[in-house]
Design a protein around this ligand. Structure first.
Ligand code: AMP
Ligand code: MG
Length: 528
């Protein structure tokens, strides 16, 4: 089979030790970073969507993408020349507890290619069948969860959030049995596979499993490989300085990623250490969600409902905790804990500084001094006064007429569409909102900046179109009926999330009442 301009590489496989067993059965793997495994066959595959720009950057032409060969490869039914598919071995802390070996239970990396910019990109199928790491599960994914991963990873990319990408969404034509509410009512659902794309799929858990197995040799091999492949600027440093600098870099990238999540209102939902990318990319879109009404205590994951460990407002601190687990795993490479502790101790201040700058941009302010601090500190309580749509709030703030707001009796009225139940706002709440809005406008006036500059800065920090939970459900409903057009239209809107697009108002609309309690819109379960 020939694809023009595409040549497969296997740097990961070529550089790191493989599990010597080639048969596909469940096992504990030792002394290896991965196991070779072939994808399972899809019965009647159909290409539901693909990311044309990503495909192009990977060297696939439009003709390639529309060929049956392309479909076969991304359905797991055939391999391109040179592909040596494998599943990775990793462990992880799940919900705060060490879970032992996890591994790619339903992900199979096909190989790597060099993109148009000269960067290595691995192609990975998710939902293409069992691997040695599937534990008690089936290695498959259902259409609703694959569509959600496809949409959100591409949307995040266009929002400017570090993320893995999605190349294809393929329906397998096979049924997958799932108990959607975990209440003893399993039912067949359509299966699907996403092809994810990332320079690396290595997670914190890949390092943790080495140390759990007391295999320092493997730990060093994996770390040296990761540094030379993905952090090459650090490669020349002396040991152990190299490992310390690398940890600091991972920490900084993780902070950067979390700041972006908080900026756009993304809640990952299952921030276990096996779901933390070593590159600081958002990875493993499962029971994630988007803040609709601003509620820092919200978690979209039903499995997380009891303790809310992965709620929106907690994400920075969970990231820090996860970094602590990574630090613990790499201590043997450094021989002391102090440099890692020092780096971890800098997390809160570094995060806070990055976050304050982001809030400043979200509010369109030019300065961050003693006048601005109280306004910023009050922002969260103002957003929580009544059900307020986070995304629309910041867009409406940009639209405010500053002088009119300062002298208005009731500036809250001007932004009424951002509230879910404006009629229920009490006189006291309205008074607080009005006060904050007037203070905000006064500060903006005082900063004396050009209106257009302020609006531009705000509207390039605050997206208008995010993949709202209920819109994903509408896309799923449509695709299950065989209508691919809704997804297609939505994806093209999500490519320009900061630009108001005429006729596309429905994709920016706040959650309708029917979606408040519908499964899939307000809450999701973990492994689907
Ligand atoms: P998650 O928390 O969804 O990232 O999954 C945790 C672990 O369970 C990972 O090792 C996954 O590969 C594995 N897993 C999740 N769903 C499935 C599935 N349907 N089949 C096999 N393994 C799975
Ligand atoms: Mg995972």
């Amino acid at each position: 089979m020939t694809f023009m301009n595409v040549s497969i590489e296997n740097e990961f496989v070529g550089s790191l030790p493989a599990d010597p067993i080639q048969e596909n059965y469940l096992r504990q793997v030792r002394g290896a970073c991965y196991s070779f495994v072939e994808p399972s066959r899809a019965g009647k595959p159909q290409l539901l969507a693909y990311s044309s720009e990503l495909a192009k950057s990977l060297g696939f032409s439009k003709t390639d993408c529309e060929s049956s060969n392309f479909l076969d490869v991304f359905a797991g039914n055939s391999l391109l020349e040179g592909m040596k598919p494998f599943a990775m071995c990793y462990g992880g802390h799940q919900f705060g507890n060490w879970a032992g070996q996890l591994g790619d239970g339903r992900a199979i990396t096909l190989g790597e290619l060099i993109d148009k910019e000269g960067n290595r990109q691995a192609l990975q199928l998710k939902g293409a069948g069992k691997t040695p790491y599937s534990r008690s599960a089936d290695g498959l994914a259902v259409l609703r969860s694959s569509l959600r991963e496809y949409v959100c990873s591409e949307a995040m990319h266009y929002l400017g959030v570090p993320t893995t990408r999605a190349l294809t969404l393929v329906a397998t034509g096979d049924a997958v049995i799932r108990d959607i509410l975990y209440d003893g009512h399993p039912a067949p659902e359509p299966g699907a596979i996403v092809c994810r794309v990332s320079p690396s799929f290595v997670r914190f858990g890949n390092f943790e499993i080495c140390v759990a197995q007391r295999d320092v040799k493997l730990l060093k091999q994996l770390t040296d490989y990761t540094i030379s492949s993905d952090f090459s600027a650090l490669e020349k440093l002396e040991e152990p300085q190299k490992y310390i600098a690398w940890f600091e870099e991972v920490l900084n990238r993780t902070i950067e990623m979390i700041v972006h999540w908080m900026r756009v209102g993304f809640v990952h939902g299952v921030m276990n250490t096996d779901n933390m990318s070593i590159l600081g990319l958002t990875i493993d879109y499962g029971p994630y969600g988007w803040l609709e009404d601003y509620d820092p205590d919200w978690t979209p994951n039903t499995t997380d409902a009891a303790t809310r460990r992965y709620r929106y407002g907690q994400q920075p601190w969970v990231a820090q905790w996860n970094l602590l687990q990574l630090a613990n795993a790499i201590v043997p490479l450094i021989g002391e804990t102090k440099p890692l502790e020092d780096a971890l101790n800098r997390f809160p201040a570094t995060y806070q500084e990055r976050w304050e700058k982001t809030v400043r941009d979200k509010l369109g302010l030019t300065e961050l001094g003693s006048k601005e601090t109280p306004l910023i500190n009050e922002l969260e309580s103002v957003l929580k006064l009544t059900e307020t749509d986070m995304t629309l709030f910041f867009r409406e703030l940009a639209n405010l007429d500053i002088l009119a707001t300062i002298s208005s009796e009731d500036p809250t009225h001007e932004i009424e569409p951002v509230f879910y139940e404006p009629a229920s706002i009490s006189a006291k709440q309205r008074e607080q909102l009005n006060l904050w809005l007037r203070n905000y406008a006064t500060l903006v006036k005082h900063q004396n900046q050009n209106r257009d500059d302020r609006v531009k800065r705000m509207n390039s920090t605050n997206p208008l179109y995010v993949p709202r939970n209920y819109l994903a459900q509408l896309a799923i409903d449509e695709i299950e009926k065989g209508n691919l057009q809704y997804l297609d239209e939505w994806m093209s809107v999500l490519k320009h999330p900061y630009t108001e697009q005429r006729g596309k108002e429905d994709f920016a609309a706040k959650r309708p009442e029917w979606a408040r309690t519908r499964v899939g819109c307000s809450m999701l379960s973990c492994s689907s």
